[in-house]
Ligand binder design. Sequence first.
Ligand code: FPP
Length: 246
Amino acid sequence: MEPLDPDKLPKHLAIIMDGNGRWAQQRMLKRIVGHQRGAETVKMVVEQASLMGIRYLTLFAFSSENWLRPAIEVRALMTLLKKYIRNETARMMRNNIRYNVIGNRSDLPDDVNQTLEEAIHETANNTGMVLTLALSYGGRQELSMAAARLTRDVMVGKLSPDDITIDIFGSYLDTGGLPDPDFLIRTSGEMRISNFLLWQLAYTELYFTDINWPDFTINEFHKALSDFQSRERRFGKTSDQLNKGD
Ligand code: FPP
């Protein structure tokens, strides 16, 4: 395996963890078994990312649209999530990782919210990687809710329409305070953004792999990061300008 350059890692890595269901179906297993195996991949990626020094890791764990899945799968995913957070908090403390959540928390069952609340509180003073779970999250929902909050602030005179810059607007999003992702990985061969971080992905490097999330190994993770390191990020500039440091 090619060694990674620690100075050229993404500061913020976002992942769409896809293909749990197909992984299970290909093996004649129930879909939830795929999610359980997917949670093992989450453990590996979280630990590796934190050890490498990645500052922010954001995982699409449950979308606003996932509520439309069969109730039994939704319930099983919620239980899995709760168990994961409960069981992993000690490891988060050892690795100095801080939990964060984006998405519509009020949609989540009370017991899941309570577990999240405890984990966020317990890890609040950790200074290492910030692990953001996107739960009941949708980019369009996030944008429209931000617009509503911003409008309210304008109506009460806290903000003038002339003050609305990209940064001010960004601060109204659930991700306010987080830098934009530098790199997005999506597993399982789908080449879509699927309503994930629509505003924040404007300049993000995208990486798609055919591997299903439960099969995404440490080797695959390194391969993805090594691909990121080979890219030139121009943010609209020319190569020459970048090489001259303009
Ligand atoms: C997509 O696979 C995955 C999800 C909808 C859930 C992701 C959840 C986990 C990886 C496990 C729990 C998460 C944490 C943070 C512990 P899919 O079911 O859409 O797969 P398919 O497209 O093959 O059906």
